[in-house]
Each structure stands twice: as C-alpha cells, then as structure tokens.
Design a binder for this molecule. Structure first.
Ligand code: NAD
Ligand code: DAU
Length: 342
C-alpha cells in the first residue's frame, strides 16, 4: 500500500496525455523548465492537437507518441514504463459536444477508463485533469463559489463526460487502490489555445477585422486563470497532493464575457462596443467561480498572474506574432459557428 503523500522523485518519467493541446503543452513546457523529469506525450493529434505547440523542447527529455488513449494496446506499455500519468487528453469544447457528443464519450469516458486500468495493472501514480464545469453553474448574484464538496451537476455532454471520468477515478481509488489525485480547474487563457475557444476567437476576430461575437447577452461569468498558473498548481499537486484527494484550482479571476470582449477591443485600440450579440449556447452555464482555499492552505500554492489585463495583453501579442500557428484553423471554425448563427 502506498503512503498518503506520494511525492515524485527528482527525475521521474511522466506520461502526459493530450499534451499537444492547449493546457497539456503548457504543462510540458513548465515541467521541462522547472524540473529534471522526462516526458512522454501521448496524443492522438485530433483537430485540437498541434505538434507545433511542443516545438523547442529538448528531444532527450520529451518524446511524442501519436495514439489514442482509448486504445489499450498503445496505452498499456506506455503506462508500464512511467512513474506517473498526468491525464489531460479530452474532447474539450462544449459547443462541439452539443453538435456531436459521441467523441466525448469515446475519449473522456472510455479513454479515461483505459488509462485507469493500465495504472491499476502497473501500480502507477495517476493525476486526472478535470474542470469546474462538473459542478454545473451558479446564479450571477450568488455569493458562493465551488468547493471540493459541491455536488456534481453537469449541464453539457462535455461536462457530463468529464464528471463521469472524475467518478471513474474516484471508484478506481476506492475499489482498486489506484494512487490517484484529481484537480478541477476554472477557465484557462494564454498562448496556444485553439481559436474555437472564447478568448482566442475574439482576439483573432479582431486581428482579422471581424467583430467579436458574444453569446446571448454576454452576462455569463467565467473565472479566468492563466495556463501557467494551472501548470504550477498541477506540479504542486504531483509533489505534495494527498492520494485520493480532489483539489480545485482557481485564481479569483471572475469576469463576465462582455467585460472580456470590451477589454480585448480596448487593448486593440478599437471602440469597446464594436461587437455582435449572437445566438446563445443551448444550456449555457451562467457562472463559474472557484474557491481554491484547500490547494492554497494545504499545499501552499499561489498563482502568479495577479493582473488579468496584462496577461490578456500578452496573450493578444502572442496571437498577433504567431498567425502561422492559428490561421489554418480559423476559417473552418468561423464556418462552423456561422452555420449555428454564432
Ligand atoms: P485541447 O482541446 O486544447 O487539447 C486536447 C488534446 O487532447 C489535443 O491535443 C488532442 O489531440 C488530444 N486528444 C483528444 N482526444 C484524444 C484521444 N482519444 N487520445 C489521445 N489524445 C487525444 O484541450 P485543453 O483546453 O488543453 O484541455 C485539456 C484538459 O484540461 C481537458 O481534460 C479539459 O477537460 C481540462 N480543462 C480545460 C480547461 C480550459 O479552460 N481549457 C479548464 C479546466 C480543465
Ligand atoms: O471552466 C472550464 C472549462 O472552460 C473547460 O472545462 C473547457 O474545456 C473550456 O472550453 C472552457 O469551457 P467554456 O465553455 O467556459 O469556454 P468557451 O471558451 O467555449 O466559452 C467561454 C464563455 O464565452 C462561455 O460563457 C461561452 C462564451 N462564448 C464563447 C464563444 C466561443 C461567447 O460568448 N462567444 C464565443 O464566440
């Protein structure tokens, strides 16, 4: 039986799933910069995965394996040779899940199950990356925030499959003694985020001379955290987290969508009302808000990005300077949204 605290050794072998995506690639860059660990990335390179997000990493410490987390013949030998699995891979976009839920079940549920079975078989430490969306939403005027004991109440096919994957992890801990932790994080922003997502979509719209698009009235609230802070939190949990525990990750970044669009327009030097209100997302969650007291007090983590405006301005600079990274996806994404009146 393992100890409750199961710290990584100084040079551990990490298997990081989904690390050609937005947050997973940020984590790999963070690990290489701040630790001596080596990393194997397992990624299917779906439309959301981009090998270019891993460019510049040292080949002697980072290896990419292209494969599906739902394929046990790929997963099993990779888990067997790892000291820890950090599981980011997912179908991650709510709007896509409303259009075609099936891949969300295949990857988020069956993929997580496949990884858990391998972690169980080989007794490998497992960290599951999840979302605050498993808790559903809060009213705009509700002073409360999500905590680790908030009941699960997911709204969309995406968030329900993430909730299902969290519950699988909890069951594999309880029933099979898998050494796992879970983190549920709020909305991330920063470089390398796919242009389907809210902030990159609006930034790249502005760069292309297209008006930003706000769903509904734009009053929905998201709790923004920079992806760098998410990565440092995950590393903290790997080092100090207690097996079987869940940690909420957030940086007190609540903003309504309209304010975010106005800030993007202001930073770009454009009139702050130069946006369109478009068809709302069905079942659109009103507000997310994270109370990360447990992570801060028990594990000593603090975020470093205190100022959303400067983090956003730096993110806008990155998209301006890296058009080659996002341009190939932009037209297809806008066609998809246009077909839905968004
Ligand atoms: P993303 O869509 O940018 O990246 C997902 C990655 O997973 C891609 O590289 C894709 O190729 C890969 N992938 C998808 N299906 C796969 C499969 N079957 N096998 C192997 N690889 C596969 O997503 P993201 O925004 O970086 O999110 C990563 C994780 O973080 C997800 O689990 C998501 O639920 C969670 N999360 C995201 C946010 C956010 O704001 N983006 C917040 C909290 C939690
Ligand atoms: O809370 C964590 C979650 O954050 C993660 O689990 C998801 O993987 C991630 O995609 C994100 O989910 P959201 O649905 O909150 O993010 P999205 O970027 O799609 O939308 C953010 C908000 O902006 C949401 O209220 C919908 C709105 N929106 C989105 C788009 C794409 C718009 O108003 N206009 C848009 O064009």
């Amino acid at each position: 039986m393992s100890s409750l605290f199961d710290s990584l050794s100084r040079m551990s072998r990490l298997l990081v799933t989904g690390a050609a995506g937005f947050i997973g690639s940020n984590f790999v860059h963070h690990v290489i910069a701040h630790t001596d660990h080596t990393v194997t990335v397992l990624d299917k390179l779906t439309y959301a995965g981009n090998e270019a997000s891993l460019a510049g990493l040292p080949a002697e410490r980072v290896r990419l394996v292209v494969g599906d987390i739902a394929d046990a013949s790929v997963v099993d030998p990779l888990v067997a040779e790892a000291d820890v699995v950090v599981h980011y891979a997912a179908e991650s976009h709510n709007d896509n899940s409303l259009h075609d839920p099936r891949p969300f079940l295949d990857t988020n549920i069956i993929g997580t199950y496949t990884l858990l079975e391998a972690a169980r078989q080989h007794d490998v430490r497992f960290h599951h990356i999840s979302t605050d969306e498993v808790y559903g939403d809060l009213e705009l005027d509700d002073p409360s925030r999500f905590t680790e004991s908030t009941p699960y109440n997911p709204s969309s096919p995406y968030s329900s499959t993430k909730a299902g994957s969290d519950l699988l992890v909890r069951a594999w801990v309880r029933s099979f003694g898998v050494r796992a932790t879970i983190s549920n994080c709020s909305n991330n922003y920063g470089p390398y985020q796919h242009v389907e997502k809210f902030i990159p979509r609006q930034i790249t719209n502005v760069l292309r001379g297209i008006r930003p698009k706000l769903y509904g009235t734009g009053e929905n609230v998201r709790d923004w955290i920079h992806a760098d802070d998410h990565s440092s939190a995950v590393l903290t949990i790997l080092d100090k987290g207690e097996i079987g525990e869940t940690y909420l990750i957030g940086a007190d970044g609540e903003k309504d969508n309209k304010s975010v669009v106005e800030l993007i327009l202001q930073i770009a030097g454009q009139p702050t009302d130069a946006y369109d209100l478009v068809t709302d997302r069905p079942g659109h969650d009103l507000r997310y808000a994270i109370d990360s007291t447990k992570l801060r007090t028990e594990l000593g983590w603090t975020p470093t990005y205190g100022d959303f405006e400067s983090g956003l301005a730096a993110t806008m600079d990155w998209y301006r300077d890296n058009e080659a990274w996002w341009a190939p996806s932009k037209d297809g994404v806008e066609e998809f949204y246009a077909s839905k009146g968004q």
